[in-house]
Design a protein around this ligand. Sequence first.
Ligand code: PMP
Length: 425
Amino acid sequence: MYARARLTIAGGVSSDARRAAGTPLFVDHARGAELWDVDGNRIVDYVLGQGPNLLGHAAPVVAEAVSAQVTRGVAYAAQHALEHVVAERLCAMVPGAELVRFNTVGSEAVHAALRLARGYTGRRKVVKFEGHYHGWFDTVLYSVHPPLDAAGAAARPATVPGSAGLTPGAGDELVVLPFNDLEAVRTYVTAHADEVAAVICEPLLCNSGVISPLPGFLAGLREVCTETGALLIFDEIITGFRLAAGGAQEFFGVTPDLAAFGKAMAGGMQVSALAGRAEFMAAIADGRVAHAGTFNSQPVAMAAAAAVLEVLDEKRDQIYPPLHATGRSLMDGIRAAAEKHGVPVLVTGPGALFQVYVTESPEVNDYRAFASTDRAAMQRLHELLLDRGIYTVPRGLWFLSTEHTAAHVEETLTAVDSAFAELSR
Ligand code: PMP
C-alpha cells in the first residue's frame, strides 16, 4: 500500500507528522481506544487522530449525530440551528468565551485570532514562545523547535524559519521569546507597548514536550497584556476540552482575551472555533475584521460538536477525573519500567495527555528536556511499542480517551516493559 501511495501522494503520506521511519501505519478501522491495521493487527491507540478522539474512535454519540445530519444535508452556506447550539454550549463551558466564530481546522482559528488582534489593536507585532506550535500557516511557523547551541542549550534567535518556502518576511513581526520567562515578556512587551498586538501561547506546552507553565507565568502574561493593551491569546487546540471542560483557562484559572479551539471538540470531525471577549469579537461582528471559510460550521461537523460538547459538559465529573487518573497510572508504570531497565526516561504531563522523553537530563522540565532528547532512541521506542501493538505519537506524546480502560493500561505496561528491555540491550 505504501509503495502504491507514493506513486500519487507526495511522500506517500498526507501529513509530515505521519512520516515515521519505516512503513507508516495503514488503518483499516478504529473503535474506542483501539484501531486495526490493514494486516488485521489490533492496536491500542494513544494518538487518537493527534488528540481529537477524546471519547474514543467511532463514539456512538458522534456516529449517531453524524449519520442523522448526513441525510439532512452536508453543506448549506446558510445559517442553521446547530451553530448557535454549539456556540451556546461553548460559551457556557469556557470561562473566556463570550462570542464565537467557527472554522474548520486549528490553524485557521489561530490565524483568525491573530488577524483579529491586529485588526482590533491596529498594531502588528505578535509575541510567541520557543517550541510552541500554532499551526502550519506562515505567520506563526517560527521557532517551533529551537536550535541547540553546542552546550545543548537552545539558542534564542528572534525568528527561525520553520519551513522552506515560507513567505518572505512572514515572521518579521513575530517575536519569539523563551517560555516561562515572564521577565523577558514583561521587558519586551512594555518597551514595545504601542507595537505588540498579541501574546500567543500554548497554555500547557504540548508540541515540544509537555511542559507546564511555571506558577504565576500565565497570570503574569495576563497582567502584562492588560497593562499594555496587547491581547492574550491561548492556543487551546490541544488543551481545549481535554484538560477540563473549560480547557486550560479553567484548568489554570487564567482567562485570555481570545482562544482557539479544535481537535477534541467534535469527536474527530473537523471544527475549530475562535472564542473570546465580546469587546474584541465585536470587530468581527461589525465587519471591521474579515472572517470567512466555505466549510465554516459545516452541519455534519457541527452535529458532531454539539453531541460531543453536550457529553463533556454534562458528564464532566465522570469524564475528567478518570481521564487524568488513567493517564497518571500509565505515567507511573512507565517510570517504574524505565527504572527497572535503566532507561533514562522523563515522563511529564497532567494525565489526559503526557510526554515520555528518553533523555539523560531527567530533572529538567523545560523545552530543553525535549531539545536534549535522544531522538534516535525516541524513534526506536515508538517502533518497539508499535511492534507490540501500542501506537504513540513518534515524538513521545500520548493522548488518553475515555475508552482507555484498566485492561488497556495493563496491556500497555506489559508492552512498555518489553520495549524498555529491548531498548536497554
Ligand atoms: N495549535 C496547536 C497547539 C496544535 O497542536 C495544532 C495541531 N497539532 C494546531 C494549532 C493546528 O491545528 P490543525 O492541524 O488542525 O490546523
